[in-house]
Design a protein around this ligand. Structure first.
Ligand SMILES: Nc1ncnc2c1ncn2[C@@H]1O[C@H](COP(=O)(O)OP(=O)(O)OP(=O)(O)O)[C@@H](O)[C@H]1O
Ligand SMILES: [Mg+2]
Length: 380
């Protein structure tokens, strides 16, 4: 597909998708501007005064007129609002109901809490929301946060020329983003707080004013409170797997400042699509077996933790490699022993451990699908 539209293609009446932003060109009669239509660069600036267009929210528009089509350096494409654009998050499987809720929360600018087992796609989802909606993505892992100020500055000690220790305050990506966001109101920022459940409770409390209607935070370098501009949206992720019960310590008041969204592993057909795209050389039948075993492990209620899409993806990395690919399905038990059993405590050949229980599930599921397991692998 050509990267840029030609003027001839953009005939009045044509319907296209666009995301508009406030038009800050001085003296312009138009409130809103866009530069891309259906993801392709437009040959002229796209302008509208249609009040139904919400800045930053993708919509479909109808072309009303192309002014000065003969000039490369001037003119404009004028459009009117047709409707909201279909909501699409590229590259991530999302349950259709979760997808609808997500769309509402994003449009409402609410703080969102993605809650789901390990490796179900929380981090990739946050990243692709930013990509799909043209937001600037700010990733912040909360796991290392101990003090409230750690969200905004990190303290680094270095030796001065005389050898005496000097303390530097280095702004975190969150603080840099908050500063940039006030300078650039036309850009939307998505601040992703990964593993929010892992940081110290007291530190998390410092975020509260940022997350409620107060929307301000203490700037530890300037020693003052700074406002959080409206173009900043927060999404946090927590991992509430069984093995994390002890560490899921977010209190009710903190939870209440987020709109929770429950996520789960993609269903087998969707996981097949994800893996087939990434590992096209692995036969479909083999991928289906990997997923069937993973599904059996995820359904087993008494294991600590669960099996992420990282694990099925890793199994495919082995299976597509010539060292294993040549062995066909015979390689499968060996690969699953490593990629699946290896993620659980204990040993695969010790049935009293979780790894042993997983190995039993691998064998049972493969047997149900008539995949032979070499004799020497049946037990240790
Ligand atoms: N729903 C999904 N759609 C597409 N890819 C997925 C999905 N779920 C997981 N994956 C893939 O699995 C891997 C792990 O995903 P990701 O890191 O987003 O999980 P997570 O939920 O953030 O896990 P954790 O709780 O461990 O942080 C990535 O390679 C990702 O591409
Ligand atoms: Mg993650």
């Amino acid at each position: 597909m050509p990267t840029k539209w030609t003027v001839e293609e953009l005939t009045p009446g044509r319907t296209v998708e666009a995301t508009f932003w406030p038009n800050d060109v001085e003296g312009s009669a138009f409130k809103l501007r866009a530069t891309h239509l259906d993801g392709r660069r437009a040959p002229k600036v796209v302008l509208s005064n249609d009040d139904r267009i919400v800045p930053g929210v993708p919509c479909t528009v109808r072309i009303l007129a192309v002014h000065k089509p003969e000039r490369d350096d001037r003119g404009r494409i004028e459009v009117e609002w047709m409707g909201r654009a279909p909501f699409r998050i590229e590259g991530v499987y999302l349950d259709p109901v979760v997808s609808k809720k997500l769309q509402v929360l994003l449009e409402g600018g609410l703080n969102i809490l993605l809650d789901g087992p390990q490796g179900c796609g929380k981090t990739v989802l946050a990243r692709s929301i930013a990509d799909s909606l043209g937001m600037e993505f700010v990733f912040f892992n909360c796991g290392a946060v101990v003090e409230a100020s750690d969200f905004f500055v990190s303290i680094q000690v270095r030796a001065s020329e005389s050898g005496a220790p000097v303390t530097d305050f280095v702004k975190t990506d969150i603080l840099l983003a908050l500063e940039r966001a006030s300078d650039r109101p036309e850009t939307k920022f998505l601040v992703f707080l990964d593993e929010l459940n892992r940081c110290q409770e007291s530190a998390r409390n410092a975020l509260m004013p940022a997350l409620d209607s107060t929307r301000r935070v203490f700037h530890p370098i300037e020693n003052t409170f700074i406002p959080i501009p409206d173009n900043v949206q927060f999404i946090a992720a927590v991992n509430r797997g069984r093995e994390f019960t002890g560490t899921f310590s977010i209190d009710a008041a903190q939870l209440d400042r987020f709109a929770p969204l429950q996520m789960d592993y993609p269903p087998p057909t969707a996981e097949l699509g994800i893996l087939a795209k990434r590992h096209p050389s692995v036969p479909k039948g083999t991928l289906e077996l990997v997923i069937a075993v993973a599904d059996a492990i995820r359904r087993a209620g008494d294991l600590p933790g669960s099996l992420s899409v990282r694990a099925t993806d890793e199994a495919c990395v082995y299976l597509e490699h010539p060292l294993f690919a040549d062995d066909g399905k015979r390689a499968l038990p060996e690969v699953l022993k490593t990629s699946f059993c290896g993620r659980f405590p204990g040993r695969w050949d010790d049935l009293t451990t979780d790894a042993g229980a997983v190995w039993a599930l691998v064998r049972k599921t493969l047997a149900e699908h008539k995949v032979p397991i070499p004799e020497e692998m049946i037990s240790g």
